[in-house]
Ligand binder design. Sequence first.
Ligand code: HEM
Length: 226
Amino acid sequence: MIRFFGHILTSLGSKVLVALSGLGLAGFVVFHMLGNLQVFQGPEALNTYAAFLRDMPILLWTARLGLLGMVSLHIGLAIRLALHNRRARPVGYAVREYRQASLSSRTMAVTGSLLLLFIVFHLLHLTAGWVDDSFPDRLDLRGHRDVFGKVVHAFQNPLFVLIYLAGQAALGLHLSHALSSSLQTLGVEHPILDRLFKGAGPLVALLVVVGNVAIVLAVAIGMVRA
Ligand code: HEM
């Protein structure tokens, strides 16, 4: 046990845990986007899906606590690694060599922080309903919570559209680099696999962002309406 925690405290152990928790969170984001796409099938589909998730409290709370644990571990260890790296190189590089590093890899701390801000806002907005109380929780004709109505109401407001689009930009940049580098950290190194994983990160990020942006814009332009 002591050896296990000793390993976590090493830089390599921390990197592996940041990678594993990041992959878990990316899995949630993909799953969440696919579920939310049911907005295109209308209120019945989305509300039944949301009710299905809420009707299993043990599963719901296990998933919520799991997500919270992964987010805390991911952020805590990522900050610790960044501080450790800074301490190891207090002077910094004389010439910053950016040619090899992509935009997303250079901005991981910034996009990660913006993403965290977005998630907190998103939970206060659509889950807790504290940001906008002009759409109180109500039931649809089948007695399910009207999650569809809440989403449509949200993206009819241009301010929320802008905030969600900005959140997607942060998500896309963060995910694009994170997925590829997580697989590298986990030691999946082979010339062909390496090229595959380098492409997989941006591709998955693009699919998630396109799916989420489609939901926001479809409501904003009136293609999906209550
Ligand atoms: C346009 C994009 C998105 C839409 C339309 C959306 C929609 C929603 C809705 C409607 C809920 C509340 C569900 C309910 O009350 O039953 C929700 C909850 C949630 N969303 Fe999103 N979401 C989006 C993007 C994201 C992103 C990018 C993340 C994370 C990076 C995220 C994380 C969460 C979490 C953690 C919850 C709480 C789940 C729970 O415990 O009930 N969402 N989302």
